[in-house]
Design a protein around this ligand. Sequence first.
Ligand code: NAD
Ligand code: UDX
Length: 467
Amino acid sequence: PSSIRKICCIGAGYVGGPTMAMIAKQCPHIEVHVVDINAARIAQWNSDELPVYEPGLLEVVSECRGRNLHFSTEVDSAIAEAEMIFISVNTPTKHFGVGAGRAANLEFIEKCARKIAEVARGHKIVVEKSTLPVRTAQAIKTILAGVSTGATFDVLSNPEFLAEGTAIEDLLMPDRVLIGGESQSAIDALVEVYANWVPPERLLTTNLWSSELSKLTANAFLAQRVSSINSISALCEATEADVDEVAAAIGMDSRIGPKFLKASVGFGGSCFQKDILNLVYLCEYFRLPEVAEYWEQVVKMNDYQKSRFVSRIVRTLFNTVSDKKIAIWGFAFKKDTNDTRESAAIYVCRDLLRERAKLSIYDPRVSPEHIRRELTDAMRNGDAELNATSAKLLAENVEIVSDIHVASSDAHAVALLTEWDEFREADFQRIHDGMKKPAFLFDGRNLLKDMSLSDYGFDYHGIGFSS
Ligand code: NAD
Ligand code: UDX
């Protein structure tokens, strides 16, 4: 294949930034240019305060930035110069018009395709990095085929499987890299890029549509495991079984495997819910209502898990949390990330606020402004304006503090929502002594389950076992 020397990536987000940084690190002979229309985000990529928190990311970016890794807003020239163009823009759930609440909003993808059609000359390989509904490549090909400049294109699908918080290890040693396409020379060119560090047996090539659909399917299967174990957690609480013991027992079956069986307050993140809803929408579109209903249940079970957690808090606190201070430990959707998209914490906090609780929130990586923005959006509930009650609750019943001890002082309960390692290092005696009694601790991650918190006097509740 013709060796690639210049790559451009449109979209400097959680995927575009780390993925391109890894390519730049492993392929010093390739110039990698990451572009975005968001100038503030680009400025952060060019600073030491990267817009994405990932362990090890700053080291990789620092090594390559200015050498063969560049971040800018120069979208047109970056496209014009590159031989290979990755599209890594956001594909959020559509919240208006046909398919609202389910379908993926492909507006940003289409804009990228039209931009490439406008400025590209010669031959370009266009790579779908974003997660897309199966058959999106057809639309991209059609848009690109309409150019009058004589430019020619190959379209590949190369979905990203990295998980946040472990992006660098996942990129360094991926279980597999999936490349779907029609043109063998284009496939070979992208295989050659990854072959700089990924062993050949992990480079999997398929047709375009299998590749697009495999990404949605992988996320649906992973989320389904979490919803499955969470459904069993509810049964465990009713029967004196312990969900962690059940998970260990079934996980030893090599056909089931031990991973992704951790019961929790519910899965979050920008991908699982969005991608399953997208799958559901596709099934309905292709007139497969039974298949759609099957997968939709994974999201419904997750909603149930989040609301069940709040109900348990309210019920345990003598059926009222009104005017009671509740400490919220963690707001990110999982540890080691500053991402809060679809975090279970948003919904738990919103529902506790609606019960008129007073929240004192601490997260080691998420900024106070960001937490406020998420809660404001959640309280808006899809409406343009906040109603007066919600505005008052947000103003008077939410404080964001800089450590768990302040959050917990005088609190009636702690709700642990993100499994940050530092929570295990807390001074539990001091926290207990500073709280109202009985001092309740609701552990949405079973993070402190083995720490004998009742010895300090806590009334400890976790997920999937009876206390
Ligand atoms: P993100 O919102 O963090 O980043 C997307 C970026 O694209 C934004 O900075 C935005 O400004 C930019 N953008 C949008 N339209 C643009 C345009 N026309 N020109 C230039 N820039 C534009 O999103 P993300 O989390 O990086 O996700 C990107 C895609 O990758 C999504 O399809 C997502 O489903 C998929 N994905 C995400 C993850 C993850 O863990 N976040 C993992 C695998 C796959
Ligand atoms: C996911 C996929 O794992 C990744 O392959 C894909 O590219 C993007 O979506 P991510 O959302 O970053 O990655 O994190 P992940 O580790 O999958 O966790 C998702 C959510 O599920 C988190 O809220 C996590 O806390 C929760 N989870 C995960 C559980 O509750 N229990 C588990 O056993 C595993």
